[in-house]
Design a protein around this ligand. Structure first.
Ligand SMILES: C[S@@+](CC[C@H](N)C(=O)[O-])C[C@H]1O[C@@H](n2cnc3c(N)ncnc32)[C@H](O)[C@@H]1O
Length: 269
């Protein structure tokens, strides 16, 4: 395994913390073990020269590749199904009753391979049925991993990864490829817009969101970083809008959202 010297390690973790919010200060072994093969595959034999090439890459793609190896993109359909239940049983009926303009803006922040936004799109389509055409509904799905975004846009999933979805949805929202994988239908895909967005940056999207879903993303963030992000989410949420976070993530004290139930928060009307 290649060793990273203290100066290179300090510089790398500081850069990642400031730019992406991820706290890897006590993860020296992880950095060495997860990056060694990648560094060798890239044709380098030490951390110093490899990292210089990463910092020099203005596109950010090289750093995105490094971060993907140091963190997790793990995701699956129907993950934390309480959120999909709340979405279908509470959020959508409320929106249907109260919205004068039939417009819905939903943001899957840290969407990884797209399971989460596609899952929301399925719930929405299933809830509205033919009424869906009368709604202007869009799901924005963002991440910092270029690789995850590329795969999310393709929308191709293994048969096994669809197991948690109801059989009806598997048939309705996926098409079987010749190689046995499944591709989301164009209709479903058209509900989701995938974009690169770093959650440490200002939220510059034009419209506010009725619902922000940011689950299992803040696991590497420290309390201050989480607090600041949730404050930015709050300002980007419509009055009466919701925030879903992962059940294993504690919301820091002092946030302005009100707790509705575990891992579900609401901005007062
Ligand atoms: C574990 S996955 C969670 C996926 C999905 N939300 C879920 O709960 O299944 C975490 C995702 O957050 C993304 N992520 C981490 N830091 C980020 C940041 N600063 N800005 C945007 N996305 C980030 C990672 O690239 C990864 O795809």
């Amino acid at each position: 395994m290649l060793e990273i010297n203290n100066a290179d390690f300090e510089r790398l973790v500081k850069f990642i913390k400031v730019k992406y919010g991820l706290n890897l200060y006590d993860k020296k072994y992880l950095v060495e073990s997860r990056l060694t093969n990648y560094i060798l595959d890239c044709g380098f034999d030490n951390f110093t020269e490899f990292l210089e090439s990463v910092y020099a890459d203005r596109s950010g793609i090289e750093m995105s590749n490094v971060i993907s190896r140091l963190t997790t993109n793990y995701t699956y359909f129907m993950r934390e199904s309480e959120h999909f239940k709340h979405f279908t049983d509470v959020f959508l009926p409320e929106a249907t009753r109260s919205k004068v303009v039939r417009e819905l803006r939903i943001w899957s922040a840290g969407c990884s391979y797209g399971n989460e936004p596609y899952n929301l799109a399925m719930c929405m389509d299933n809830y509205f049925g033919p009424r869906h055409a009368a709604w202007d509904s869009k799901i924005l799905a963002t991440d910092i991993s270029f690789n995850a975004l590329r795969m999310a846009k393709q929308g191709v999933f293994t048969e096994q990864s669809l197991q948690e979805l109801p059989a009806l949805w598997r048939n309705k929202y996926f098409i079987r490829n010749d190689n046995g994988t499944y591709r989301v239908t164009d209709e479903l895909r058209n509900n989701v817009v995938f974009k690169y967005h770093n959650l440490m940056d200002e939220i510059g999207f034009k419209k506010k969101f009725d619902l922000i879903v940011c689950r299992n993303v803040m696991i590497y963030f420290d309390d201050q970083t989480k607090f600041d992000l949730i404050e930015r989410f709050y300002d980007a949420t419509v009055d009466g809008g919701y925030l879903y976070i992962g059940h294993a993530e504690n919301a820091p004290k002092g946030i302005r959202y009100k707790t509705v139930q575990p891992a579900i928060y609401r901005k007062p009307k």
